[in-house]
Design a protein. Structure first.
Length: 312
């Protein structure tokens, strides 16, 4: 607001004062030619995003850019650990991953940037368990899933992940399922989430773990084509005594589906630039949050009512 006010004063003074001030104003406007050139609605920025969220972030960027024709967001989809390393890359303005910054990471990045980065929740995702379309096994307990990644299960499936060491899905398996124990040799890596889907579609002896963003939207033609090749297994509901549930919004919101995780943004911008513009779009209940909802994820900043209805 202040900068717009002074620009207004400069225009008024140029009208009523001498040409000498025009030269002064021109020199002042070029004082920092290396400063930011983007605004909240225009310019070009680069961001790094966890590959698990590619379908929904592609949708977000498509709508954002269609409403702001002078804005361009160049997205780099990578494993989560690489996204976090990109916080040290000057050209990367924002990352979207499954966690915020630790206290030590925040301190280190603040010292590097000379300002404190911003971060916050965007939505909640779930990890879907995929089986071959011909598989007879379509329900699993969490004990089953843990046993398969540990190698002590009665099931003989290969478990496909979207990478080996640095993806958010691998981190979830390591932290939440293995709890420090070694990973079974039956756990193998694909090059991407789509690679997981393709392998499971071709092999009846495999199951895959992917972000539900890849397979949960039954209004998306690409995801419908995936669901012709694989099935989404139901997982035993948390606290429901033998009930099995799918990774859908209601079950994520009520924590009935046990394998869910947050989606966070981390922003390296201390002025009103395109990174702030995109962040504001993502957290806006009527814009980005609605897109998360339409993708069948659970928006973190949009009211989500759970109502009990009586079936006639």
């Amino acid at each position: 607001m202040k900068s717009r006010f002074f620009r207004y004063l400069n225009r008024k003074w140029l009208v009523v004062l001498s040409p000498a001030l025009l030269l002064f104003s021109s020199c002042s406007s070029n004082k920092n030619p290396n400063g930011p050139t983007d605004t909240t609605t225009s310019g070009t920025i680069h961001i790094s995003v966890d590959e698990s969220f590619k379908p929904v972030i592609d949708s977000q960027i498509q709508v954002f850019e269609s409403q702001r024709p002078d804005a361009k967001i160049i997205v780099h989809y990578k494993p989560e650990a690489e996204c976090l390393r990109d916080l040290n890359v000057d050209s990367i303005r924002m990352v979207i991953v499954t966690r915020g910054l630790t206290e030590n990471e925040s301190k280190t990045l603040t010292e590097k940037l000379s300002f404190k980065p911003g971060w916050g929740l965007l939505a909640y995702d779930a990890i879907a368990v995929l089986v071959n379309s011909k598989s007879k096994d379509t329900t699993f307990t969490m004990q089953d899933i843990r046993g398969m990644v540990k190698g002590n299960s009665g099931y003989k499936y290969k478990v496909l992940l979207d990478g080996t060491t640095s993806t958010s899905t691998v981190r979830y398996v390591t932290d939440s399922l293995l709890a420090g124990q070694p990973m079974s040799k039956n756990v193998v890596a694909a090059n991407s989430s789509e690679g997981v889907i393709d392998y499971v579609a071709k092999n009846n002896d495999a199951i895959g773990l992917v972000g539900v963003s890849w397979v949960g939207n039954r209004e998306d033609t690409t995801q419908l084509s995936f669901l012709k090749k694989v099935k989404i297994a139901d997982i035993e509901c948390t606290g429901c005594n033998g009930t099995y549930v799918a990774p859908v919004q209601y079950n994520i919101a009520t924590a009935r589906y046990p394998m869910y995780r947050p989606i966070w943004y981390i922003l390296k911008e201390n002025y009103d630039g395109l990174g702030n513009g995109f962040t504001n779009f993502l957290i806006n209940p009527d814009k980005g949050q609605r897109i998360f909802s339409r993708a069948y994820l659970l928006p973190a900043r949009m009211r989500f009512d759970v109502r009990t209805t009586k079936l006639e």
